[in-house]
Design a binder for this molecule. Sequence first.
Ligand SMILES: NC(=O)c1ccc[n+]([C@@H]2O[C@H](COP(=O)([O-])OP(=O)(O)OC[C@H]3O[C@@H](n4cnc5c(N)ncnc54)[C@H](O)[C@@H]3O)[C@@H](O)[C@H]2O)c1
Length: 416
Amino acid sequence: MLTIATLGCGARGRTYSRFAASLPDRYKIVAACDLVECRAQEVAALHPERSAPIFLDEEEFFAAGKLADLVIIATQDRDHHAHALRAIALGYDILLEKPAAQTLEECEDLDQKARAAGVKIGLCFVLRYTPFYRSVKAVIDSGKLGRIISIHASEGVEPYHQAHSFVRGHWAKSEHSTPMILAKCSHDADLLCWFAGSEIRQVSSFGRLDFFRKENAPAGAPQRCSDGCPHAKDCMYDAHRYLTDKRSWLRMVLDGAETASDEKVTHFIQTSPWGRCVYHCDNNVVDHQVIAGEMLNGVTINFTMTAFDSGRSIEIYGTKGALKGGQAWKDSHAFELSVRDHATGLTAEVPVEHPVEAGYAGHGGGDFGIVDSLDKLFGPHGTLSPGLDGLAGHRLALLAERSRLTKQRALAAIGS
Ligand SMILES: NC(=O)c1ccc[n+]([C@@H]2O[C@H](COP(=O)([O-])OP(=O)(O)OC[C@H]3O[C@@H](n4cnc5c(N)ncnc54)[C@H](O)[C@@H]3O)[C@@H](O)[C@H]2O)c1
């Protein structure tokens, strides 16, 4: 039985806590902390006797000492480093939402302090736990691809998602959260390191915010969609879509969204950041970025992030075979993963088994998958060692951002 305290009971904290509570033989939620009382109460109510204590800020929470084997830290990006340091000081093992911190120096600091304290930190790289990416890793480990030579991957954020999270939302300004390449693509950076079986040696990156800017606003567009915008009917970013086909996005940013009346949602559109015209926000994170890099073991990587596509794709080129899969492959073929054998020239489907349990909905199954793995990671015979698991991917992303900002190739301090 692994006992769990949740610090930050927003969208992510609640999701992990609910999945943990759905496995009562293995996990027990024993404390919940959030600045917003109803969120903390919702998580505390997952305790079998509905009696877990709640805390209304991190001061109270940490002052209570170590309350569980594991703390899930799912506060916002800029607080992760400070909250994780305090959890390390109490000896908690930590499931830490990504990104671990805002800078590479802070990530390395966390790693060192966790090692020194014998604390294990797992980052919420939920894609590692999806049936799709597990299948990709199994193909690599089977040797079918031979030696991995290069990897090409892409992530299409999808335009409305970009607008919701990275133009209007929590991750619109890098100084308040983290740069796009870390906030959105730390999963991809992690996967590139995991699949290459190595760490970055050198990287170059380019990216810009080109579209969601004032100069692209159609003539006469007001500051908010609800201010009588003449383009509302034809604009794909019209915030009134939160009343109709984009309603599911609200549960991440509006308490009680599931049962909210249309009047409440209309008020939210008129007053919250999510009702602003996407061309008149104070966003500064990029809407497209590319990375080219070389790993310590010689594998070359390239990666594209764009607001203007939907879904992830990956191609891994090995000496014996080439793997192709993901959304683009699925869109143009009947299956989502395949391997071409260079010797025969034949391409075969790799079946990906998607379990049908309800929990497998979020992040392609990864949200449930990581919770299902918590005892294997953190339990008495867990696979994690003290330190920050996932540091390599963060190093890749943060060096890429350094390269984008300095317009120079960035070299890793290790092995360069
Ligand atoms: N792993 C993934 O795939 C994934 C996906 C989305 C978001 N995230 C990350 O998860 C984190 C949380 O995202 P979210 O969408 O749940 O955000 P959210 O805003 O819904 O949740 C954060 C919660 O933390 C609470 N909080 C803030 N400061 C606090 C404090 N000092 N003490 C106690 N509670 C505090 C807030 O009230 C809020 O309820 C972010 O860092 C985000 O980047 C990860």
